[in-house]
Design a protein around this ligand. Sequence first.
Ligand code: 7TS
Length: 414
Amino acid sequence: MKASTTESLDIAAIRSDFPILQREVNETPLVYLDNAATSQTPEPVVETIADYYRHTNSNVERGIHQLSQEASIAYEEAHDRVAEFIGATGGREEVIFTKNTTESINIVAAAWGLEALGPGDEIVTTQMEHHSSLVTFQQLAERTGATIKFVEIDDEGYLDMDHARECITDDTKLVSVVHASNTLGTINPVAEISEIAHNHGALVLVDGAQSAPHQPIDVEAIDADFFAFSGHKMCGPTGIGVLYGKRELLESMQPYLYGGGMVRKVTYEETTFEELPWKFEAGTPVIAQGIALAKACDYLDAIGMDRIEAHGQELAAYAHDRLSSFDDIEIYGPPADDRAGLVSFNVDGVHAHDLSSIVNDHGVAIRAGDHCTQPLHDTLGIAASARASFYLYNTREEVDVLIEAIDDARQLFA
Ligand code: 7TS
């Protein structure tokens, strides 16, 4: 087991930043354990959004009036803050604000992949990818004539690294790998995968949707060529995602969307494009959301990503241990002491949707379904699973409420 640092997080103080956690659901206190889908938003981030609209709201990069200048500076600086959060020393040029992880991945497929790939080329990904990358690269392969290969998982939900070494060859042009699985809770050895890929001249995209909110990220240590994540899973608002890309790579790529904001000089005949990252941010961008995401980075860093990581892992390990005590519950993914802050499971004879509905009667929010990993569920031989996912404001007592609620469901269906 990793050392416990839960005591060092002041959970009561953290919870007071999230008024939604005071809500009741079905006349009982809300226990919010669906953080892998969307995390809650702390007051400083809500205030930042409100403040922006109260005092600064304006379009960016197109006005010389005071408000536009203030909004532009805040928006530009938000890119720098996010770059710092993920260890991108190239700063704002390497950070594109998008709508979400899904859009970030689609930009790579469209702006890089459609140009770079053709018949004979290979995309290597894994059996545990979220649909946002799996479907996107499946489509990219179909459109370009490239082949897609899936690195297999073993019985514990780890990637089979021998198989990864077999799959990645000189024909591989892109390796796309999820950093932390939203279903299994596996944390993948992305730096090692990146090294293998680079030895074969392939680029690496890391889907950081479930890692950026929960652990310190250093895109340069990982040596990711692209790194994608979403604001709404890391205390930020919806409507903002990030695509990090190595500068020279982004420079070599064509824009994804065309229009205002991304151009330098336009004539009836031709157009030159803005510098990075604006080249990839056509139209009025995600201004309030971007500024609020930077605030979310401040919020998380002030608490400490190391401590947030340890807290999530500890709660997941505790939930894993408690769920393991029931012999009619199957848990998916790695052992208790080696997983991200979530646990997916099934109770024998109870469909995950029924389970979710019964625990909702106890005020507990969990996710049920395929978690946008249908092929992985096929590999596991199941149609659906239930998932509890934790964040910095969750407590052991909340895990206990979940376990009691699950026990209630077991007895109802017994
Ligand atoms: N990649 C992973 C690993 C994810 O977990 C998700 C969202 C995405 C990509 C897509 O993020 P989006 O912001 O573009 O939607 N995962 C989940 C989930 O597990 N439950 O709801 C959304």
